[in-house]
Design a protein around this ligand. Structure first.
Ligand SMILES: [Zn+2]
Ligand SMILES: [Zn+2]
Length: 351
């Protein structure tokens, strides 16, 4: 159990929490509202961003030569964070003893708080301790500021770390479609991140995807990015992970442990392509229902599209920001793909 408190006065600022991995959709902006997105974290958990994040921002053009690469950026951005490392993400219901200070709420939000600057203060001493975010299209979130908060109690948390077998049993994954149609926002983020890793692993070459469900998610977007399969030597992307046989492919879509962030190990020469657990679990074990009254196996090409009528749009902002953090983006073929985001200041992408 971890409890965070105020550095200035030691007041308690959270309920007891267990650490989990920082989800790729932690900072997601999706659609144009109205309303914000569900928190990226379950209640009772927290995640730490080890990289500089949040305000203030520095314009790319103002960076010294070589500075960007030192900071882990390998392709241009419009601006990068010069915020603190180790900001702590919470679900909003888990904060205690801190309140929104209206004097600190900027006017840059649309319908709510956009998290421009710290806007929550310690109720006991008035120190700014956190950023509350609830603007339209953004994830509901609280980010604790590590400069003014600290761990005041540490130990095993309310959610013990599960092993891979327990994860299979207890964390069933999330389907890509929402009840009202369209793609689940988390999927747009997790698939975008996996796509960036796949490009880095493959150098931007066409890839065969034999499994129907995996192909449904990645094939058409990948085709638009790197061209049709068949024009160059092809390699294969398969699923690998707990409960599956050893992978027989050049690239393996592997799960990341949702609590520890640990990737499922694969042996070379297969290259791992990480995907968030909740997406991977669904892809690996969800069976497309067979039509009633048929006993013969249904060939993959006869199965209905995963989401008829909805073209999959991975999250362009997350795609670009993950790709820009991978050194392989310096390869000309990948840099050219990346540069298609330039007209939008690298905040969006037309797949
Ligand atoms: Zn709005
Ligand atoms: Zn305080």
């Amino acid at each position: 159990m971890t409890v965070f408190g105020c550095r200035s006065c030691d007041a308690t600022l959270t309920v007891p929490l267990s650490r989990v991995a920082l989800p790729v959709h932690a900072d997601q902006k999706y659609g144009n509202g109205p309303g914000s997105l569900a928190p990226a974290l379950e209640p009772g958990t927290f995640a730490v961003n080890p990289l500089p994040s949040g305000p203030p921002w520095r314009r790319w053009a103002e960076l010294e030569a070589g500075e960007a690469e030192t900071l882990g950026w390998y392709a241009p951005r419009f601006s990068i964070s010069a915020g603190p490392v180790d900001r702590v993400l919470l679900a909003p219901g888990d904060v205690r003893g801190a309140v929104i200070d209206l004097a600190r709420v900027g006017d840059s939000g649309c319908c709510g708080l956009d998290g421009g600057e710290p806007n929550m203060v310690c109720l006991t001493c008035g120190t700014p301790v956190a950023i509350r975010i609830d603007d339209c299209g953004l994830r509901q979130a609280i980010w604790l500021d590590p400069r003014t908060t600290r761990v005041i109690e540490d130990g095993p948390g309310p959610h013990p770390v599960l092993d891979w077998a327990d994860l299979i049993d207890q964390r069933p994954g999330i389907p890509p479609s929402e009840p009202g149609g369209g793609w689940h926002p988390m999927w747009a983020a997790t698939a975008a991140s996996a796509l960036a890793h796949l490009l880095a692993a493959s150098g931007g070459d066409p890839i065969l995807i034999p499994e129907h469900q995996v192909a449904e998610v990645f094939r058409s977007t990948l085709g638009r990015l790197v061209g049709p399969v068949g024009t160059r030597p092809e390699r294969t992307l398969v699923l690998a992970g707990p409960g599956l046989p050893d992978p027989d492919g050049d690239f393996a879509l592997i799960p990341e442990h949702p609590q520890t962030g640990e990737p499922w190990p694969v042996a070379p020469p297969t290259k791992p392509v990480p995907l968030a657990w909740d997406s991977w679990r669904h892809l690996a074990f969800h069976q497309t229902p067979k039509p009633l009254g048929r006993s013969a196996p249904v060939p993959p090409e006869a199965l209905p599209a995963l989401l008829p009528g909805y073209r999959f749009e991975p999250d362009g902002h997350i795609f670009l920001s993950v790709l820009a953090r991978l050194p392989e983006v310096r390869q000309p073929q990948l840099r050219a793909i990346y540069e298609r985001g330039r007209p939008y200041n690298y905040t969006s992408y037309v797949f």
